[in-house]
Design a protein around this ligand. Structure first.
Ligand code: ATP
Ligand code: MG
Length: 429
């Protein structure tokens, strides 16, 4: 026998009944996006490698070591998208969507070649929202509020909101010098990774998870103390807006986010129930990116959430109503005998014409009435419809409740759709 093929490491099938959970989650997200007036944008999964280099930044973890990059046959360097913002910005520029403010959202698979572990996969799924042409802080608040409402609608608890501000690029550059001077003073206390970051991306040292560095980081100078009046006012308004809307937050001065393009507001929703992969949703303002990619300067802000981590959290918090697969069949059609088989398919289609929303499964593969009823029972359907030679002769179809002791009764075949529709509207569902 040939060896069995396996899925690529870090890439997972999502199979029933898990798919039910995913559908429920996606429905809840879709509803939030609709309610806040966001429009869906669908983007390619592959982009020119250059796009990610220019937007995310060459020295970030994503671009330097996590991307799936390959040469197309014509020699173009292409990359499986590691995130959605870069592609979304490219798309709004290419399609001339920056004429008026836009509120957009996307969903789909992302690819990063990371070490697979719980909550960290090589193919994972994000939903993101991106807003263009609004300078905030009102829109910053809205973006955070809609995520807070999503947690509420999903019944998720114990998610903490952390916020910070990264100021303007100039303020950050100035702060960077102050920070580098501080860490240089403590160079020997840094780990190898942070020593490397000191050269290229010193702010990321603040993000280090190394426990030995935590006190050094805690004592580091904070960007928030080196902001200009405007940046400070933006941040104050953000905080005040969240307070008026009853959204609790903590200011985390070390929240710098992995990506280069953020300015001013950054935020993360973090859970302590997911181990080290605790960030469920992360976002921020990126006022410079549109211009950096060659279009007229346009301010922008967005977030992305990791669906695998939300599903994991729902499971942890026992949200059975979301996780239990809802029974996906209402009625199971049992057909005994050749004639019934022929007529059954026709009748099933008539019923579907009459009640488009009815979830009707027909028995395929023949077999005795007994074995078909067993399958009908196991299907979870509330009713079996029964068609045998006798029923056809009498021009009826049997209706047998499967979840109560009520006896089977006959419904006339003529106008069966209408008869069932009446039952259906009475709560057969
Ligand atoms: P982390 O610090 O966990 O690596 P990140 O900063 O790289 O996260 P973002 O680029 O901000 O993550 O992506 C937004 C969200 O997407 C994360 O908060 C997380 O929920 C999810 N996510 C990111 N990378 C992965 C992955 N490899 N597997 C599963 N989910 C992921
Ligand atoms: Mg990462």
């Amino acid at each position: 026998m040939k060896p069995l093929m396996q899925a690529v490491r870090g890439m997972h099938d999502i199979i029933p009944p898990q798919t039910f959970q995913w559908q429920r989650l996606e429905e809840a997200i879709h509803q939030i996006m609709d309610c806040y007036g966001y429009q869906e944008i669908r983007l390619p999964m592959v982009e020119a490698t250059e796009l990610f280099k220019r937007s995310i930044g060459e020295i970030t973890d994503i671009v330097s070591k996590e991307m799936y990059t390959f040469s197309d046959i014509n020699g173009d360097s292409l990359t499986l998208r590691p995130e959605g913002t870069a592609g979304c910005v490219r798309a709004v520029i290419n399609n001339g969507l920056l004429d008026v403010p836009r509120r957009l959202w996307y969903r789909g698979a992302m690819f990063r070649r990371e070490r697979p572990q719980k909550g960290r996969y090589r193919q994972f799924h994000q939903v993101g929202a991106e807003v263009f042409g609004l300078a905030g802080p009102d829109i910053d608040i809205e973006l955070i509020l809609m995520t807070a409402r999503l947690w509420k609608n999903l019944g998720l608890k114990n998610l903490q909101l952390q916020i910070n501000t990264l100021g303007t690029p100039e303020e950050r550059l100035n702060y960077r010098k102050i920070l580098v001077a501080y860490f240089q003073e403590h160079y020997s206390e840094l780990d190898a990774e942070s020593q490397q970051r000191l050269e290229h991306n010193p702010l990321r040292i603040l993000d280090s998870k190394n426990p030995n560095l935590q006190s050094l980081i805690a004592n580091a100078p904070q960007l928030i103390e080196h902001l200009g009046a405007q940046s400070r006012a933006h941040f104050t308004a953000l905080c005040e807006g969240l307070i008026s809307c009853n959204v609790n937050y903590t200011i985390n001065p070390h929240l710098v986010r992995g990506l280069d393009y953020y300015t001013l507001t950054v935020f993360e929703w973090v859970s302590d129930q997911l181990g080290t992969q605790g960030t469920v949703c992360a976002g921020g303002r990126y006022d410079g990116l549109v211009e950096q990619l060659g279009a007229r300067a346009t301010c922008a802000m967005g977030y992305a959430m990791g669906l695998e981590r939300i599903i994991a959290l729902l499971e942890q918090q026992d949200h059975d109503e979301l996780l239990e697969p809802s029974n996906n069949i209402d009625v199971y059609l049992v057909m005994v005998g050749t004639l019934a088989l022929e007529r059954g398919l026709v009748i099933a289609e008539q019923i579907r014409d009459a009640i488009p929303a009815l979830r009707l499964q027909i028995h395929c593969g023949g077999g005795s009435a007994k074995s078909q009823f067993k399958k009908a029972n196991r299907s979870g359907a509330r009713y079996a419809l029964v068609l045998g030679e006798g029923e056809i002769e009498r021009k009826v179809i049997g209706l047998k409740p499967l979840r109560t002791d009520e006896p089977q009764r006959d419904l006339p075949l003529e106008g069966i759709g209408a008869a069932l529709e009446e039952l259906y509207s009475d709560g057969l569902n």
